[in-house]
Design a protein around this ligand. Structure first.
Ligand SMILES: [Fe+2]
Ligand SMILES: [Fe+2]
Length: 357
């Protein structure tokens, strides 16, 4: 029996304890056999690790799993250019943010913003940022690459929400800085592979309030500071550190919360290729629409799903199909066409989209 971090869990592992959310709701019972879906659910609720009965499965070796889709993305010039520039940006962002934490200097937010969003332009027109994001998984730092991704997702979402240019910039910066408090958490706790004690859990959760305290007198704008403090709050009051409800949560923090979760849920797993966006959307629809701002979450999921209209997918019944029509009341279950057969997945609940191909 061993405590295993969520990112290392493998389908087939059996839980040796009941798993609860931060506010004591049961997520999975003891004795549950994990599936890809239930592991995603653990990510959704930000569960850091789980006690596992058959931890010898950890030794199982997995080959790099490539699908034709991920192969196509990774071999494209747009992706290769993005990765190169992303890596440079990650190094310079690391310096900026360490300076901020160690010396509390003012940040040139305009320069930082422009360098960050420059990652998105280019002649990447054939690739969406989400294609890149779902495949971009080679970094072992828990904070910098994640922060840039959350900043970019916020940028895209703020534009989908038709925010003013000034607010789009603020949203991006809120994403970039949201986890700055993680730099103040002792590394041996943050990266601890073994069992986290309840006290250590409590320490990790303080990255919100500690980050806020550190920067509260810095010239960074109020929304950025609020996002640092409130990005783990949820509209139904189930979040932390304060358990605030929708009306008290900064709107920019609500946006960061969505971007933060999406990046965590699409994170790498040793046993499979890139996460299928439809499965992530399904998880949001099943577990959490009420945890988020209703307009924001709908605009986000609808646009993510729209990105994959016309894409070819593999279904759980073995068929291949094209996504041809989005069902607005069930975004994860579009209508697809396989040969000359139309399948409305909102009606055929037993069939699922397994992967993009
Ligand atoms: Fe966080
Ligand atoms: Fe985060």
């Amino acid at each position: 029996m061993k405590r295993i971090i969520t990112a290392s869990l493998i389908p087939g592992m059996i839980t040796s304890e009941d798993v609860y959310t931060y506010n004591d709701q049961l997520i999975l019972p003891k004795g549950h056999v994990l599936t890809d879906k239930t592991i995603t659910k653990l990510e959704f609720f930000s569960i850091i690790n789980v006690l596992i009965e058959n931890d010898h499965l950890l030794e199982r070796k997995f080959r790099d799993i490539e699908t034709p889709y991920s192969d196509r993305v990774k071999k494209s010039d747009g992706y290769k250019r993005f990765v190169k520039r992303f890596d440079m940006e990650r190094q310079s962002f690391k310096i900026t943010i360490n300076d901020l934490v160690e010396r509390n200097l003012p940040v040139d937010t305009t320069a930082l913003y422009e360098k960050t969003i420059a990652l998105l332009d280019e002649e990447n027109s054939k690739l969406s940022y989400f294609d890149i994001l779902h495949n971009l998984r080679t970094y072992d730092d828990p904070t910098y690459a994640h922060s840039i991704n959350v900043g970019l997702i916020c940028h895209v979402l703020a534009r989908w929400m038709k925010y003013s240019p000034e607010d789009v910039k603020t949203a991006t910066l809120c994403g970039l800085f949201h986890d700055v408090g993680k730099l103040m958490i002792p590394e041996e706790i943050l990266n601890k592979p073994g069992k986290l004690t309840a006290a250590e859990f409590t320490v990790i959760k303080t990255h919100t309030s500690e980050g806020y305290k550190l920067l509260k007198d810095n010239s960074l704008g109020a929304h950025i500071k609020n996002s640092i403090l409130m990005h783990h709050e949820r509209c139904d009051g189930s979040g932390y550190p304060l358990g605030l409800k929708a009306a008290k949560i900064d709107n920019f923090a609500k946006m960061v919360a969505i971007a933060d979760l999406y990046d965590a849920m699409t994170s790498p797993r040793v046993y499979r290729g890139p996460m299928c966006p439809f499965q992530v959307v399904e998880e949001f629809e099943r577990e959490g629409l009420q945890k988020h701002d209703p307009k924001m979450i709908l605009v986000f999921l609808e646009n993510v799903v729209n990105t994959y209209l016309q894409n070819r997918v593999k279904l759980s019944n073995g068929l291949e199909a094209d996504v041809i029509f989005i069902n607005h009341d069930h975004l994860a279950r579009p209508t697809v066409r396989s040969g000359n057969q139309f399948i409305d997945l909102a009606e055929e609940q037993t069939i699922e989209i397994e992967a993009l191909i």
